[in-house]
Design a protein around this ligand. Structure first.
Ligand SMILES: NC(=O)c1ccc[n+]([C@@H]2O[C@H](COP(=O)([O-])OP(=O)(O)OC[C@H]3O[C@@H](n4cnc5c(N)ncnc54)[C@H](OP(=O)(O)O)[C@@H]3O)[C@@H](O)[C@H]2O)c1
Length: 284
């Protein structure tokens, strides 16, 4: 396929490499996605079969940045995806957009977890901006939204949940749905190739506690690692975060309908941590 990927950063770079290794012809574009004329010009020049949007503001050093940069956040995470969907829609091009499962906070109506068609309850600026895009894009005929959660990667990176957690001296221990990046790649490429439409939850089946990840890190990467465990409420109370973080369990119901199956989290996490250990040792 002939593809355009908009503004690859951390995850987009991984997607581009994986798409190219599968033989797709991929152009990467660092254009401002809120600029309709610039986006249209790229699409008219490249005439892609499909577009992948990996652009977005998630905040540096973390999502609390979005609370103090609300306009920039909404422009990139809400207006930008709408512009892309408009430009793609006018040309009959399929669009896949990276969403987040952090739009859900807390217990779900269905005890099995939040479903793709559930109404979300975001509270932070980042999650509100992402959900606002989801609400609009799900009205459009040829758009897929792939929601991921807290990516876990085999390469060290500031965006990798492994690096984030092991860096914190104080950690909360919560049960969550999470996404191993190798499995996210399978999900995104599958959705693009099968021209999926609507919301997809790209979370590994099963759940993970932060303690599970840290235990595996101490087993496979660094047995000398230590941290303090704190209660969830202490994160904001102790000034470690400006806003309560999303913690949730999600159902992954729609990917299997397309024949796309992600590995159970226990298997994917151990595989990922094993590769991470090798990569850390190689970088030393
Ligand atoms: N990483 C995660 O933990 C996570 C979890 C769930 C969902 N997601 C979603 O996945 C997507 C990619 O995340 P990522 O981790 O790869 O983020 P990233 O490394 O920050 O990459 C995003 C890229 O988009 C660019 N960008 C931001 N606003 C733009 C705009 N208006 N026009 C053009 N480019 C723009 C950024 O450039 P600047 O650096 O110059 O702003 C950056 O190069 C985001 O939509 C994010 O919400 C990520």
């Amino acid at each position: 396929m002939n593809l355009v990927v908009f503004s690859p950063g951390y995850l987009g770079g991984k997607m581009v490499d994986a798409l190219r290794s599968r033989g797709h012809d991929v152009a990467t574009m660092k254009v401002e996605i809120t600029d309709l004329a610039a986006v249209a010009s790229v699409l008219d020049e490249r005439r892609p079969d499909a577009v992948l949007n990996c652009a977005g503001k998630k905040g540096t050093p973390n999502v609390d940045w979005c609370e103090t940069h609300q306009v920039e956040t909404m422009r990139s995470n809400t207006i930008g995806p709408l512009i892309l969907a408009q430009a793609c829609g006018e040309r009959g091009i399929h669009l896949t957009h990276l969403g987040t499962g952090c739009v859900f906070y807390g217990p779900s109506p269905d005890p099995a977890g939040w479903r793709e068609d559930d109404h979300a309850n975001p509270s932070a600026t980042y999650t509100r901006s992402k959900y606002a895009a989801d609400l609009m894009l799900t009205q459009m005929p040829d758009v897929a939204i792939v929601r991921l959660r807290m990516p876990i990667d085999d390469m060290p990176n500031p965006g990798n949940l492994i690096d984030k957690l092991v860096r914190y001296p104080k950690i909360i221990d919560v049960e969550n749905s999470v996404t191993v990046v190798d499995d996210l790649i399978v999900a995104v490429i599958g959705v693009i190739e099968k021209r999926g439409v609507g919301v997809f939850h790209a979370v590994n089946p099963g759940t993970m506690r932060h303690r599970d990840l840290i235990a595996l890190y101490e087993e496979l990467v660094d047995p000398t690692h230590t941290n303090e465990w704190i209660a969830e409420e202490d994160l904001v109370r102790q000034g470690l975060a400006a806003k309560t973080r999303s913690n949730n369990i999600m159902q992954n119901r729609r990917l299997p309908e397309l024949g796309i199956h992600l590995r159970p989290i226990e298997i994917a996490l151990r595989d990922c941590m094993g590769k991470y250990a090798v990569n850390v040792a190689r970088n030393r």
